[in-house]
Write a protein that binds this ligand. Sequence first.
Ligand SMILES: N[C@@H](CCC(=O)N[C@@H](CS)C(=O)NCC(=O)O)C(=O)O
Length: 257
Amino acid sequence: MISNARHTIVRPVVCTSSKAPPARALTRRSALRLSVAMAAGPLIEIYVKGSPETQERGDCPFCHRALLTLAEKHIPYKEEYIDFANKPKWLFDISSKGAVPVMKDLQNDKWIADSGDIVDYLEDKFTELPLGKQNSPPHVAQKLFPNFIAALKADGGDFQGKEADLVDSLQEIDTYLRDHGRSPFLGGERPNAVDCMIAPRLYHIEVAMKELKGWEIPSSLTSLHEYMKRIQSRDSWKQTYYPPEKVLAGWKAHLES
Ligand SMILES: N[C@@H](CCC(=O)N[C@@H](CS)C(=O)NCC(=O)O)C(=O)O
């Protein structure tokens, strides 16, 4: 039974990652707000890809989405790591495929699997800082991730077409941002659920395509580049950061499998 799942609570994580670069420290105001929230104790336990031994966060964009949602909503949470080489049996009670992220609501012991369902659950329960749900607008670049994976896997003559599809998706985001010039984020003045989903994917695309394909997001997509810088400078990003080396190692392993 899920309620009997055995797992070790190692440490509370809200705003610290021993692996985050020092230059990415939280602002004083944000750190204060987060420590006030933490004083009440965590409300959510979230399990993400990573190492329980070294306490290093892994490279999963779906986990990143859930973590960004928690951070943007200022929900106090504990972060725990699942070793993919040695997944605990209880994980399969919650996610039949043994996929992460999964979360537990510490107030009612309810478990939720899948980043989209986690986003919806958090939005329903924590209404103070609304971000919208997984189907919130804008509905841009819906094929971004499949187009990225197709381009990453494409060889030789196949690459050009797949690259063009990926650029189309990226262009869609750039055009949306340009057409909404007064809104710094896809969600408007503040990031919303779409930003929390897309920003980690853009990070993976940027790193994996550069390192594994020698390909860069076209410099002509200036609004997109500015957007990535903007979202990556937020406290929520610093709080949920994992370095490019992790992203690269993850995709290398995926391509070799
Ligand atoms: N639709 C799921 C996808 C989650 C997913 O695929 N997570 C990957 C990690 S990035 C996973 O756990 N895969 C299982 C495995 O590789 O063993 C979600 O949005 O949460």
